[in-house]
Design a protein. Structure first.
Length: 334
């Protein structure tokens, strides 16, 4: 079994836990709506990380089932809200909660997830520390989403977007955004597993550092795939179509292009609707720079740093799986 299959099998151990909490006190007519998001699939990378981090810290992974469910529920809660914000109709090849049940029910499903998270945390060991992780992850994910939206160059109207939209995005601003949007929750997943295992501070810090670097790499690879990932099932150049300036490939390319080419790429991102010909033109500009290679190299650098963070952990099957997972994130094609 390869690492992707192992992860999925492991991560899905939390499914019955999530279902139980989502069904609790939900009307029988609403329970299918509340559970729909977790039923449409997903790789369960975050819950697997929590379970592996617990096991790598020397404890039985069953001790981390509730924290792993908490982490996976935060992730699915964010996906429900993200699809409402972006009017997304398809996720993982299936209708989103929004598309299947409408905006009102999607909002209620998201609200239900948030309240269920408090119930899960109350039942965890170390509830105070787990609650602090939960609050930090949710608030930073929200801020990361806000920044990502403000990095978009067109497509959203209103005085707030006009006033606060970022016309230039530095690599530092980019890392701030992806750290909050993606890496914070992956770091929390690893730290939750260490907490569940009563791991000493040095192991907590090692696993948190691993999660942070792998989380950053996860988003950098996502950016790469959103531009070049023909095997992802997504349309090539998806982030260009969505006017996104907060993409590592685009940021590297803008720095490398001459003034005329840079202005042309920005004008495409700021066009109300990116046509097929404009998309081809943008991709040609990107491919004329080293942005593709630089993005890949950045992801590999982050993965190597994340793996080094695990040097304090004793050798175990769980540690090997964490190292394999890091390589999977760095080299995935979907």
């Amino acid at each position: 079994m390869d690492i992707a299959d192992r992860l999925m099998t492991l991560g899905h151990e939390v499914d019955s836990v999530m279902e139980r909490y989502l069904e609790r006190d939900a009307h029988r007519d609403f329970a299918p709506v509340a559970k729909y998001q977790i039923g449409v699939g997903g790789k369960r990378v975050r819950s697997a990380l929590t379970l592996l981090s617990c096991e790598a810290s020397g404890a039985e992974r069953s001790r981390a089932l509730l924290p792993a469910a908490m982490i996976e529920l935060i992730h699915n809660y964010s996906l429900i809200m993200d699809d409402i914000i972006d009017r997304g109709e398809v996720r993982r090849g299936k209708p989103t909660v929004l598309a299947k049940y409408g905006e009102t029910m999607a909002l209620l499903a998201g609200m239900h997830h948030r309240e269920v998270l408090d119930e899960v945390v109350n039942d965890c060991s170390h509830p105070d520390e787990m609650r602090a992780l939960l609050i930090d992850a949710v608030k930073k994910t929200i801020e990361g989403e806000r920044l990502d939206i403000l990095f978009e160059q067109s497509g959203r109207e209103g005085s707030y977007f006009t006033k606060h939209r970022s016309k230039n995005v530095s690599i530092e601003s980019y890392f701030d955004m992806i750290g909050k949007k993606t890496a914070t929750l992956i770091r929390a997943a690893c730290l939750a597993g260490a907490l569940a295992a009563d791991a000493p501070q040095i192991l907590q810090e090692s696993l948190a550092g691993y999660g942070w670097k792998v989380g950053l790499a996860f988003q950098v690879v996502d950016d790469y795939l959103d531009i070049f990932g023909e095997k992802t099932g997504k349309q090539r150049g998806k982030d260009i179509i969505e006017h996104k300036l907060g993409n590592a490939v685009i940021i590297f390319a803008l720095k490398a292009l001459d003034r005329e080419a840079r202005n042309h790429l920005l004008s495409i991102l700021r066009t109300e609707k990116v046509s097929t010909s404009l998309l081809k033109s943008a991709l040609k500009l990107l491919e004329g720079t080293r942005a593709r290679q630089m993005t890949y190299e950045l992801a590999q650098k982050l993965i190597a740093e994340g793996k080094r963070s695990l040097e304090n952990l004793q050798e175990s099957d769980a540690k090997t799986s964490l190292l394999d997972l890091a390589d999977f994130v760095g080299n995935r094609l979907y």
